[in-house]
Ligand binder design. Structure first.
Ligand code: SF4
Length: 436
């Protein structure tokens, strides 16, 4: 039996991107080592994003301001601006006339730039998001990015690959987030044995997922601990590129694994048996079926957004549940604040065109322009008190991640259903409750 090789290789990168937390650090490292007259490789394929800090001035507490943290945070943004100006790098920042950013880095990279078969690196653990398009996209550190800005290359150890076969069809209102929360609670993942592997998703359930749903699978490879997540491009990818980006893309034969490819590990999931999942506060690996919750978990905040839960198909899922509820006379439950934050301005515009937004407004949903925001306790939708309970569509719920309260993770439809019910439940449970 052949053994997967393990050695370092360098290869050319198609896209290099960084956000406002890290661009300045990369630039500082680069200029410290190379001086300030560096020639960057192919500047047009370097992108920068002001997304993490966009809501910080509005939301940072007086206490933190008094500690000088606002000045420190804003200094990172200034460094990013200066880098982009000095080297002619495109910066996606505040959207003109809007309160938020143009979009979260991974959202925009997937919606505008990355193509199947390409390689992308980003200074963020959720860079595998772009793997939904069949690209090899992974996170790098500031030193690696500084090097890649100059050389156009990146050096990695050849990774081993774990194939994740998602057999069968997902039931209605069970989605990619539920699949990931299921994977995350498996012993073989929780043990750490698969850390650093490439996670290649395939199988019938994947074939029937939209590209937005696939991006939830690949995005949350960060929580799984993999190097990246990858899905072979197919007709759905071609549809996404044509409908969402106006790109007519022709797939090539090499853009999938060989039939006889060897895998270091394989996980097989019967998706037809999965039910909606939630992760208990503290760790995304603490997933349980929503139906197994014995006591009611009251909700103070419902948050739908972030790179994981703010894609167009996610917004469509929130809308589907809320529209169903409105038809039956439901409103957002008393005492619940429901925040919806678009992943990008493209998603916001598309949601408006689809007619989703008016319903959200009618229900008093607090619509938030794009940015990382509550996902990193730096924007509307983060909890403010330890006793608050949030059901959230973001990807991780480590203590303090989105404020001091208890943060539960769920799918977009679970977030919306819980907002209507005032307690954590799945859309199917809400339907049973209302229609029985
Ligand atoms: S939305 Fe959250 S997970 Fe996504 S890039 Fe921003 S901070 Fe990271």
């Amino acid at each position: 039996m052949l053994k997967p090789v393990s050695k370092f290789i360098s290869f050319r990168v198609d896209w290099r991107y960084s956000h406002d937390y890290v661009t300045g650090m990369c630039a500082a490292f680069m200029e410290k080592a190379m001086g300030s007259r560096v020639q960057l490789h192919d500047v047009s394929s370097i992108k920068c994003f002001a997304d993490h800090l966009v809501y910080v001035p509005q939301t940072m507490s007086a206490e933190k301001r008094a500690m000088g943290l606002l000045d420190s945070a804003m200094a990172m943004g200034v460094m990013q601006h200066k880098f982009c100006e000095r080297y002619g790098v495109q910066l996606h920042h505040h959207a003109p006339g809007r309160s938020g950013a143009e979009g979260i880095c991974h959202s925009i990279m997937t919606e505008r730039y990355v193509l199947p078969g390409q390689v992308a690196i980003g200074t963020d653990s959720h860079t595998p998001h772009c793997g939904a398009l069949g690209a090899f996209a992974f996170g790098v550190g500031a030193t690696e990015m500084a090097n890649a800005w100059i050389t156009g290359d990146v050096r990695v150890a050849t990774p081993k690959v774990c194939r994740v076969r998602l057999d069968g069809r997902l039931n209605a209102h069970v989605d990619a987030k539920d699949v990931v929360l299921h994977l995350l609670q498996l012993d073989e993942i929780k043990s750490g044995a698969l850390v650093g592997l490439v996670f290649e998703y395939c199988g019938e359930a994947v074939l029937h997922m939209t590209t937005d749903a696939r991006a939830t699978l690949t995005n949350m490879v960060a929580e799984i601990g993999g190097m990246t997540g990858l899905i072979a491009p197919d007709d759905e990818t071609v549809r996404f590129l044509r409908e969402r980006r106006g790109v007519d893309f022709v797939l090539e034969d090499w853009m999938h694994s060989d039939a006889e490819a060897l895998y270091a590990h394989e996980i097989v999931v019967d998706c037809s048996s999965l039910t909606p999942m939630v992760a208990l506060p503290g760790d995304p690996g603490q997933g349980v079926p929503v139906s197994s919750l014995e006591a009611a978990v009251p909700v103070d905040i419902a948050y739908g957004g972030s790179c994981t839960g703010g894609k167009f198909e996610d917004i469509a899922a929130y809308h589907e549940v809320l529209a169903w509820g409105v038809e039956r006379g439901l409103r957002i439950a008393s005492g619940v604040q429901f925040f919806l934050q678009f992943g990008s301005q493209d998603v916001r515009r598309r949601s408006e065109q689809a007619g989703f937004v008016q319903l959200f407004k009618d229900l008093g949903v607090q619509l938030v322009d794009p940015g990382c925001g509550a996902c990193i306790n730096a924007g509307p939708g983060a909890s403010e008190r330890a006793e608050q309970i949030t059901i959230s569509a973001i990807n991780r719920n480590f203590p303090g991640r989105s404020g001091p309260g208890a943060l539960w993770l769920g799918s977009p439809s679970t977030v919306a259903a819980s907002a209507l019910a005032g307690r954590i439940l799945s859309f199917d449970q809400l339907r049973d409750q209302v229609e029985s």
